[in-house]
Structures are given as C-alpha cells and as structure tokens.
Design a protein around this ligand. Structure first.
Ligand SMILES: Nc1ncnc2c1ncn2[C@@H]1O[C@H](COP(=O)(O)OP(=O)(O)OP(=O)(O)O)[C@@H](O)[C@H]1O
Ligand SMILES: [Mg+2]
Length: 277
C-alpha cells in the first residue's frame, strides 16, 4: 500500500467477503448486486446496511419486492435490529411495495424521479454525514420498459452523486429474451457482485463472484455461499466446480451441469463440487 492515496472501505458485514474485497466496498461507490431470484441479494443488502448501523452509521433501504415489515423481520432473523435503528432515526426503510397512504416513507409509484426525491428526503432526515443506501431492486423501475434500464441507472447514480452515499443497486438478472434483461445497473456501477444458484447432486447451492470492483485487486474466484438461520450469509469457500461458466445464461449453465452430473454418476463416490463432504 505504498504511494497510494488511501481509500476508505466499508465492511459488507460478511468478513470473508470483506477479505475478498481488500477490506470492503470503497466509500462512495455504486455497486450492482445481481442475480436470479432467491440467490441471496436481499440478504447481502441487509448485512451491508446492518454493518453500517453497527459501526454507528446511517442507512436507507428501498424495498420494492417485499414490504418494510418483511425486511425488518428478515434482518431480525440474523440478529440485525432494523426496528431499533428506525426508531433511533438512523435508518429509513422506504416501502415501494405497499404504498400505504399517510406513510411518509412509502413510494406510491415506481417512478425513478420519485425514487430519487424520496431518497434525498430520507438523506436530509438522517442528517449530515455519510449514509449507506440500498435500492432492492432497481428492476422494478423498468419492468415494462427494460430498454430504459441503463438510462435510469445512470440517472440515479448521477443525481445522488453529491449526497455522500455508498450505494448498492440490486438487479434480478434473468435471460428472458435475446436482448437480455437486467443489464443497466452493471454498466453504470463501480463494482459488480454476482450471485448464482445451481442444483447439484439434488441440492440447491448458492455461489458468489466479484466480477468487478474499481481500484481493488479483488478475489476472482467463485465462492460457494449459504444462508444460515440465526446467522445469515456465510462463505463456505472457493467452489472447485468453476470454469468460467458462471457468466453463462442459466439455461446453458444448467445443461452443462446436468451433462456433468450424468457423466459423473457413472463413476461411484464422486463429489463433483469438491468442497462439500
Ligand atoms: N432464516 C433463514 N434461514 C435460512 N435460510 C434463509 C432464511 N431466510 C431466508 N433464507 C434463504 O434465503 C432465500 C432468500 O434470499 P434473498 O431474499 O436474499 O434472495 P434474493 O436474491 O433477494 O431474491 P429475489 O430476487 O427474489 O428478491 C430464501 O429462499 C431462503 O432459501
Ligand atoms: Mg430480494
């Protein structure tokens, strides 16, 4: 670290992921967290906000697919007290699902302008200083107009640039057409963390890979992760079953894995993932 300008890094709340990132996410970055449904994006975001709160910081969590109650409950399952932080005025959970009248922290329309205004309002409410921001997910804002994904993502990044935030934008990457879907956030992001899932040996397995993090000599390996009750996201170790295929569309990946399983099932007692038993 000689001759470098020091770069403040924020803990993700998951020690192994911090290590993979040379200490954490650089302060002020906008990071895309992408992956298919159920891969762990929301849980990762909860840890990120939780880590900020436990170090005395502030947070804003925009939730579009789950209610505020659901997010608070999910956090409490991992020992992270969002309720208390809300009551202390250190956390704002903006609910874009329920749209409850009279709730100042509800978003009535899935409109990017309204989103940005609400985030700025929340930042002013939290007061002076840095805050962590999660928008989970951005995909909700371009559901009926996927071609707008990149423009909207850029708009959010640009309009929030001067508000002293470190930002995670999630996106439910899924290949639904030849155009692809879910890109947008990735193009404007300073970092990309991708979550993946695969069924191997009749078991759902989750993986994580850091695809990009500016100014960081990050770990390039695919890691197997798990979500544990009472604890949250845990990193199990590098996945030995990795050959660059984690950037392939899920359907192609699935076919490759199926072929691999078929091949290996003919050899007795073969653990194709390696790090399991
Ligand atoms: N208390 C818990 N103990 C163990 N596993 C849990 C617990 N709570 C949630 N999970 C696991 O986490 C998964 C949900 O992860 P998460 O909500 O982070 O996914 P996601 O990537 O945000 O999905 P989506 O795109 O649909 O929002 C559940 O399907 C379940 O497997
Ligand atoms: Mg989610």
């Amino acid at each position: 670290m000689t001759g470098e300008e020091s770069l403040e890094r924020l803990s993700t709340g998951i020690p192994e992921i911090d290590r993979m990132l040379q200490g954490g996410i650089p302060k002020g970055f906008t990071v895309a967290v992408v992956g298919e449904p159920g891969t762990g994006k929301t849980i990762f975001c909860i840890h990120f906000i939780g880590a900020g709160l436990s170090s005395g910081g502030k947070g804003i969590y925009v939730t579009t697919e789950e209610s505020r109650e659901s997010i608070v409950r999910q956090a409490s399952m991992f020992g992270i007290d969002f309720r208390e932080a809300i009551n202390e005025g250190r956390l704002v959970v903006i609910d874009a699902l329920m749209g409850v009248r009279g709730d100042p922290w509800s978003l009535y329309e899935l409109d990017v302008e309204e989103l940005v205004s609400k985030i700025i309002e929340a930042k002013k409410y939290l007061g002076y200083g840095h805050a962590r921001l999660v928008v989970d997910s951005m995909s909700a804002f371009w559901l009926d107009k996927p071609a707008m994904a990149r423009k909207y993502s850029y708009m959010v990044k640009r309009r929030l640039a001067k508000w002293d935030l470190t930002i995670i934008l999630t996106s439910q990457y899924a290949v639904t057409s030849s155009l692809g879907f879910g890109f947008g956030v990735e193009h404007v992001a300073d970092g990309i963390i991708r979550f993946r899932k695969a069924v191997i040996d009749g078991e759902l397995r989750r993986y994580l890979v850091i695809e990009k993090m500016r100014q960081t000599d990050h770990d390039k390996r695919v890691y197997r992760i798990d979500i544990v009750d009472g604890k949250g996201m845990v990193v199990l170790g590098p996945a030995r079953y990795s050959r660059g295929d984690f950037s392939l569309p899920p359907s192609v990946l699935r076919k490759m894995i199926e072929a691999e399983i078929k091949k290996l099932s003919e050899i007795p007692n073969t653990d194709i993932d390696g790090e399991g038993s």
